[in-house]
Design a protein around this ligand. Sequence first.
Ligand code: PMP
Length: 374
Amino acid sequence: MVYLDYSATTPVLPEVLDSYNKVTEEYFGNPNSLHSLGVKSQELLESANSQIAELLHIKETEFIYTSGATEANNLAIIGAALTYRRYGKRILFSKMEHPSIYGIAKYLEKLGFVIDYVNVTAEGVIDFEDLKRKVTKETILVSICAVNSETGARQPLKTVRQVIRKNNENCIFHSDMTQAIGKVNLTINDVDLASMSGHKIYGPKGIGLLYKNRNVVLTPLMYGVEDGELHPGTPALPLIVSFAKALRLALTDLNKKEEGVRKLNEVIIAHMRKYPEIQINSSKYCIPHILNLSLMSIKPETFIHALESDEIYVSSNTACSHGKRSESVMNMYGEYKRSETTIRISLSYMTLPSEINEFLDSFDKHYEKLSKLK
Ligand code: PMP
């Protein structure tokens, strides 16, 4: 099997799974219980919290565990919208967001918020002139992902923040960092709110995190025992501890791992250049872990299943867009065919050069066969 869909989800590392199992068995006490089993669990929870805070260079009071990035995005965006609506109704998103963000935008529109979308350039980066035009005194929140899940285009968050601040210094800035964390170096403090997910960093599914700068006040979306708690309920200790471990491992040797992935990405791009019809939807701003191609004359579903017959697994655009056209590619290039025929190859530091060779052999075999059928 050659798995090249790491941006959809990653396998859980064995040592992360070991932590999950160990905590499930040995720390089953509720961290809120007063007896010694509870205290033991509470101590472990505190040590996971401090490890995460140290790894992300944030304070222990500045993050909330969630079930994943979708929930973190909901809590950040809806929670901020409800708190700050007395200052304005405008919320701005980019045109390179994950589908889960557009779902939230639609909901906020129903609540009466005015939603706008900032354009991107052909290189997949925020159009700063458009951003300047669209951040007004009534804009209470801007949400722009760190890395786009379909093309890997990375946004310069620090500069984005400067532009936002120049127009409106009270505007909150959220970033969905799900596709960036554990792949490239990031400064979380460039934003006020940041979402991330365990299953994209070789951790378990069902755990994510929302970073929240201490000056930001979110309106809770759920209610429990403690007043104002943003994620009420018993802490999911096995998920939390294994998430902390996955995060530590993901951030180890980050630059070295990225360089390895870049080499693999370059091998694929060089190979694809022999096919004049194939478009490479990548710019110098894209991280090497995600490579998006437009096949142009072959349906991506057909091609994905052909590769699958050789046990090679890639995506069309994102796993969450269920085979619709790639909005990100459409927004970058404005070409229907190009956006409707995309495949996304997503790589890991674990991907071997031999796996890339196997993928390219299978690609050639199926491409030559299927392109003759058109
Ligand atoms: N945002 C981005 C950028 C993603 O890539 C994904 C996962 N495809 C999500 C959010 C949703 O993450 P989760 O599955 O943890 O809810």
